[in-house]
Design a binder for this molecule. Structure first.
Ligand SMILES: Cc1ncc(COP(=O)(O)O)c(C=O)c1O
Length: 449
């Protein structure tokens, strides 16, 4: 039986739900990132490191809500806090008392002076670039190819282009005028960045980056490159924005804490609220100081809602402690080691990149330093085979071409299980060659990226 026949065999209820869903939602999903060919699985619940689908299959989950659930699914302390919070109302309409306590926790932990809350990472990065433009009175923003900052128009360019051209909008429906002030640079390429800044530097309001790139697998920053970017920003008077929506939860104090750098603005989201929607734009007092009534706009009905605030306090204060990070990191390291051993034992080309509680594999010979190198050198067919094979063995290894996230609910047993299944997968791929790719009957790989 082929991998894809096997997938179809045990996910028949997902298929019928998908057919129903397609009639009321494009592609049957609420976010493009949840769709894959031939149809996605539909989940019903999660607990600890496990999730269950509508067919009753149990999976060990290493996607963990795209990096949100370091606390694990349905953590008892969080369930209790949500229950208590609901009893005191979920929206008060005025500022919530406990938002002050949470703001102080975040200022301390992430070494920032002030914060403003919102609900999603998309909102946080949208606010960050508006604040940077207002503060500097300049228009242009530099972003890096392959970096993703959410679904708002202005940064949706060169996020994951299979056409390697200098400017590729990530979606139809975004007017070129909207993108005309967004410049694109290559990650880890200091000379290229400097050339761009020499031409445009005096018009640039900010450079925004994922300080460890986590929307093209996982590509850490070269520290000298990062420092060079900070120096150029200071010389030309533009701001540095760390989009830590992902990285903020991968080490105790995120990338700025890890690298000992102090960006002017930081955005946070995902893991900080234990599974509830909460995001943050934070940074220097004088920069955040431009926000206010009649000044820079910042609003949102659900901003700092009591549910998210209370759960975030419990998450950051009581659950995602330094001890918890020590535990999650050591499991993440075990998983990294497991993949490195697989590559050695089977003598296959596999780059294993890890940063804190997350890591990824890239079927390639040479570690890529930026997006173009990923596109040119990755064996995407092998990656796809790996992904589907893991799913059929009831392991969700990571979100498609993203990274694993270890939670406090994972155990060494979960890691061993993951590695065993990955070993069997790569052994199969190696023994049968990429000819088995045709068995998948998937569309062009370019379209699935
Ligand atoms: C680095 C980064 N920034 C921003 C976002 C957008 O966050 P959200 O999906 O909560 O809007 C994401 C989402 O994956 C992200 O990875």
């Amino acid at each position: 039986m082929t991998i894809i026949d096997n997938y179809r065999k045990y996910t028949s209820r997902s298929l019928s739900l998908y057919r129903e869903a397609r009639s009321v939602m494009p592609y049957g999903v609420s976010s493009n990132y949840r769709y894959w060919e031939p149809y996605p699985i539909y989940l019903v619940k999660g607990k600890g490191s496990r999730v269950w689908d509508v067919d009753g299959n149990e999976y060990i989950d290493f996607n963990m809500g795209f990096g949100v659930l370091e606390v694990g699914h349905s953590h008892p302390r969080i369930v209790e806090e949500v229950r208590r919070a609901v009893e005191d109302s979920t929206i008060l309409g005025f500022e919530y008392e406990k938002s002050v306590e949470l703001a102080k926790i975040i200022c301390n932990r992430y070494n920032v002076d002030m914060v403003r809350f919102s609900s999603t990472g998309t909102e946080a990065t949208m606010h960050a670039i508006r604040i940077a433009r207002a503060y500097t009175k300049r228009k242009k923003i530099i972003k890096f190819e392959g970096h993703y900052h959410g679904s708002h128009d202005q940064l949706l360019i060169n996020v994951n282009p299979m056409r390697l051209e200098s400017r590729v909008p990530t979606s139809p429906g975004i007017p070129e005028e909207t993108l005309s002030n967004t410049l694109v640079a290559d990650w880890n390429d200091y000379e290229g960045f400097e050339r761009l800044v020499r031409v445009h530097g005096n018009d640039v309001a900010a450079v925004i980056m994922e300080p460890v790139a986590m929307n093209m697998g996982l590509i850490p920053a070269d520290l000298d490159f990062l420092k060079g970017v900070f120096d150029l920003a200071r010389d030309y008077g533009f701001l540095v924005i760390f989009d830590e929506v992902k990285t903020g939860g991968k080490f105790y104090s995120g990338a700025s804490g890890y690298y000992g750098l102090k960006p002017d603005l930081v955005t946070l989201g995902k893991a900080i609220a234990g599974g509830l929607p909460l995001s943050v734009v934070a940074g220097r007092r004088d920069v955040l100081g431009v926000v206010g009534p009649g000044r820079v706009a910042h609003g949102g009905t659900f901003n700092a809602n009591p549910l998210s605030v209370r759960v975030a306090i419990v998450t950051l204060r009581d659950i995602l402690t330094e001890g918890a990070f020590y535990y999650m990191n050591s499991l993440s390291e075990e998983l990294q080691k497991g993949y490195e051993d697989i590559a050695d034992d089977l003598d296959i080309d596999l780059i294993v990149n890890r940063w804190g509680v997350s890591g990824t594999i890239i079927p390639a010979e040479i570690p890529p330093k930026n997006y173009k190198e990923i596109v040119r050198n990755t064996d995407f067919k092998t990656y796809s085979l790996y992904f589907y094979s893991m799913l059929t063995q009831k392991i969700i290894p990571m979100a498609y071409q993203e990274q694993w996230t270890i939670s406090i609910a994972h155990t060494s047993e979960d890691i061993r299980n993951h590695i065993e299944k990955a070993y069997d997968t790569f052994k199969l791929i190696k023994s049968r060659g990429s000819s088995i790719y045709s068995e998948l009957n998937l569309p062009d790989i370019e379209e699935t990226w």
